[in-house]
Design a protein around this ligand. Sequence first.
Ligand SMILES: [Zn+2]
Length: 751
Amino acid sequence: MRATRVTDKTQHMARCLWSLGLALLFGLLLPVLVSAHQVIQHALQVVLQPDHHTLQVIDRITLPETLPPSNAVPQYFALHAGFSPLPVTAGVQLVRQPTDTLPMPGGSDVSTGRARLSLERYAVVLPAGTRTFALQYQGAIQHAALQQGPQDAWSIPERSGLLAPEGVYLSGATYWYPHFHDEMVTFTVDVQVPLTWEVVSQGERTRHERVNDATYVRWESASVQEDIYLVGGPLTEYRQPAGPVQAMVFLRTPDTPLAQKYLDATAQYLGLYNALLGPYPYAKFALVENSWESGYGMPSFTLLGSKVIRLPFIVSSSYPHEILHNWWGNGVFVDVQQGNWCEGLTAYLADHLLQEQRGGAVTYRRATLQRYTDYVSTHSDIPLTAFRARHSAATAAIGYGKSLMFFHMLRQQVGDEAFLRALRAFYRDNLFQRANFNALQRAFGSVTEEDLSEVFQQWVTRPGAPELRISATIVQPEGQDYRLSAVLDQVQPGPAYRLQIPMAVSLQGQEHPWQTTVTMAEKRLEFSLRLPAQPWRVDVDPEFDVFRRLHREEIPPALTQLFGADKVLFLLPAAAAAELKQGYRQLAQAWSQAASQALEIRWDQEIEVLPTDRAVWLFGWENHFLPEVTTAVTSYGVGLTPEGVRLEGTSLTRAQHAVVLTARHPHNPQQTLAWVATQNVAALPGLGRKLPHYSTFSFLGFAGDEPINVVKGQWPVLGSPMSVLLAPAADNSSQKATAQLAPRRPLISLP
Ligand SMILES: [Zn+2]
């Protein structure tokens, strides 16, 4: 369910467009306008009437002291359309601006992600000496949820706002309070909601009362924020202290054991990240169950959908990721104009770190590089400075994958201790401010006293990745020792990268390989290593520590190669039962709609031989080309019969399971085949939704209608060109797919 891991960062883009336009139109003429670095204070009193989709607001606004109070200079703000604001403070003049002067693309619309939201703009003139004034406004919030393709694993429906009996969701992108510029805010919000409701915002709750037929709640954020959120609905609250922080859970259906699981996890992960990075910056952390499926991380709370919350692995995967966003993204904010660094850093210190603690870091990094290799082509590549938010498998492979590998390489270069000191300094010095990659570079530079500009330049501002080749390996005796000589080439187009490349050399009679790192600054490096025993195997970057484009042979056949291919053919089984034929056809069509590939859907009987110039999906036990799959998977020791297949000890039967197998194309190893088969038509829509989430796997088995995954795995990598066999191993272990390296310590252990 990696698609749930998206933060709400995309919404800032809308405001950036808006403020850029305003700055162009007015900023140069009127330098006393509120600027992005200034802080505006809001004291909001809000009544929500969910049954009518309406809200009533009094907003007492205090402008920054740095603005010279003057009745000659108007300030401009934007507000959700139809709210009809009126000044409550005597002497304040408010003038609605004509729509055609709006310096926004598309007239009065601002694009918020995929949404279109109607806005109105006002000029406000204050009496001399006044910085604080109040506005009263009311109106309806009714925006449809945005549609997504049925199989689009990469986009989450976004909303610009919701106010309905099932819940409320108001964010900066709703423009439910005045936005002057791209300013920062502090706020208090007093909310009156129906008796059965709870509402959550950032910061600390300082009032929670039920009086007569309403609930009154007050949230305060004295720390500077980018947005003001208000979320909630008919919810049951659970809480328990986690040190000085209040852990809270709000569920739509009461479920004490589920709430307790998240309350305990909150304390556990806050403890982990306090120790790793410095103190958590807010008074509470709340899990709020959303009325639609989402995976948003906001400052001091996360908004997750009902299904996501109940998936058993979320509490130890997406949940720590969302908690960590309170340091990265929602503590130190992202200056998104210069690249979103927070997803890569959060993925590295949550997803990757948890895998490190469980011994899965190498597999995780290989899958990360696999996604980049399979999904990102030269025309879809962008530098990290151009990444804003995930919109596709390719942007995710860069903004999350390449970015986390960049932080991993920084750590390898400076060492764990300096890496953590630099991150702590970056956090301390930039908390509640917008920061960019330059600020990260300064933090690492001052801790290490090294000039890291070249490292940042090549990974952050340059698109692409290096590709490595090893050749000309020679072993010669040298006295009692041996000398291994070889040539490394960077074969990517464009200039060389400066790389530190780990090497592992397996020596006769030694349990673990001898390890070193070679530095490569040109496109070709001739190097030699003096070794204490006879080497029999050398592995280049065996633990995937370098961000690089992998060789096809380093990657096992997997669904990434089907979902990421430029050209794809679906072959449906003409001999299958009518309803199965229909189900397979719908599955192929659903994937086709979500993809930007050149796709073709055919019946198996229409073609004689499998084409070799494209990835091929074969559907059905009845498929005419099933023997090609049967032959192809024998190289992995798998026996596929007409009754079923056994994978990692799990028997999958034709009658009871859905089976997914991938294999190299028998006539072109650069291409991949995938075979999907079931006798259960009801399982096909679920497979359509689920398989994009299992894309790095080589084989999968599912049971039931949902269907539920029962086995998954990757084929071993055989014959990687980054592994060179120099001689037969004395203990006959040369057949192993990977060198058996000594284990490494994680960055920090779970307390
Ligand atoms: Zn994230």
